[in-house]
Design a protein around this ligand. Structure first.
Ligand code: CTP
Ligand code: CA
Length: 217
């Protein structure tokens, strides 16, 4: 089995020394890469900038990117051959329309940057998904969690979505633990306890493998 995983944040440059980014650490995506590799899969891990070392497991091939556009390019190249897609990255929704060639100098009391929409990697690849391929998305929400997650599941053609609520202490960014709810396209919902990200990754891998074996049956 081949698995494509996006992980970490993206950095969208403003000028040669500044960027727009977010607090994603990549831990959940890297834990999923390890868990899928342990299950025997060959993993392509496409990672935004993180402080984590490339996983040592020889079944995991790590590609480093910076921007959402680069992450899309790397993911689109690997997607056709992958059986499972996991979109764990926190891709910047917008990027500066123009990247200043030189460091922007301080001037005036305000600065306005114009931002343009970044490509939605999961949604764009979702339109190319073949019936035998399986796509997993993430949703990090603060309110109306289930409704937002179900909307993303549909819009991005996911088979499964992993919902994190920032209202759960110990979930989401900057923690070594996570508390997730899995929702599928058939409306089934599974709520998991707060646990280390490695254990959450194994829960997700087990669920994906079970769904795939049901399809084969
Ligand atoms: N995603 C992606 N490319 C993007 C944005 C999001 O692949 N440009 C993926 C994420 O990796 C995640 C899922 O889409 O698996 C949901 O991301 P999220 O940011 O929650 O969804 P958005 O559609 O960007 O909606 P929101 O307005 O809530 O940010
Ligand atoms: Ca977003």
């Amino acid at each position: 089995m081949r698995v494509l995983i996006t992980a970490g944040p993206t950095y969208e440059p403003i000028d040669p020394v500044r960027f727009i980014g977010n607090h994603s650490t990549g831990k959940m995506g890297y834990a999923l890469a390890e868990a899928f590799a342990e299950s025997g899969a060959q993993v392509t891990l496409i990672s935004g900038p993180t402080t984590l070392p490339d996983p040592a497991n020889s079944q995991i091939r790590t590609t480093r990117v910076e921007t959402g556009a680069q992450m899309y390019g790397a993911a689109a190249a690997a997607a056709p051959e992958a059986d499972v897609w996991v979109f764990a990255a926190a891709v910047a929704d917008y990027r500066p329309r123009e990247v200043a060639p030189n460091k922007i100098k301080k001037a005036g009391d305000t600065l306005t940057l114009e931002l343009v929409r970044n490509v939605d990697i999961a949604a764009t690849l979702g339109q190319t998904k073949r019936p035998e391929q399986f796509s997993v998305g993430f949703a990090l929400e603060t309110n109306d969690e289930e409704a937002h997650a179900r909307g993303k599941l549909q819009r991005k053609n996911f088979d499964l979505i992993v919902l994190n609520s920032l209202r759960d202490p110990g979930a989401g960014f900057r923690h070594d633990t996570n508390k997730v709810t899995l929702l599928d396209a058939a409306g089934q919902m599974t709520i998991f306890e707060l646990k280390p990200k490695a254990a959450v990754a194994h829960d997700i891998v087990r669920t994906v493998l079970a769904r795939l074996s049901l399809r084969d049956a």
